[in-house]
Design a protein. Sequence first.
Length: 120
Amino acid sequence: MTTREPRRTVLVASKDPKLSDVRKTVLEEAGFEVIPVTDLNALREACEKHKISLIMIGYSLPPSEKRRIWDTAREVCKVPILELYEKGKPELIESHALFAHESHTPEDFLDAVLKILDSE
């Protein structure tokens, strides 16, 4: 009998359901559990109830909201944070626990997630 490694959980903070669904599909197909959140209360609740491995902040969020999510996540989850960005420079770049990524394909996105989690 082989023992299976527990699924890792990624919390996805995004306001754009289409982007969130695409990321969720990619992650779930790779064996991750995905918890979508749209506000700070949901983020706090998810961090209290689940063992979160990574928090992903979508690029559909305005900079001020990204900052609030980032601050709250550092306080309550204490896990790596991946900020996705579309063009130009990422907005939240001052933390060693924060990774920024401009993904162009689902494979590229998944590769970035796996590298972050494998480095922890």
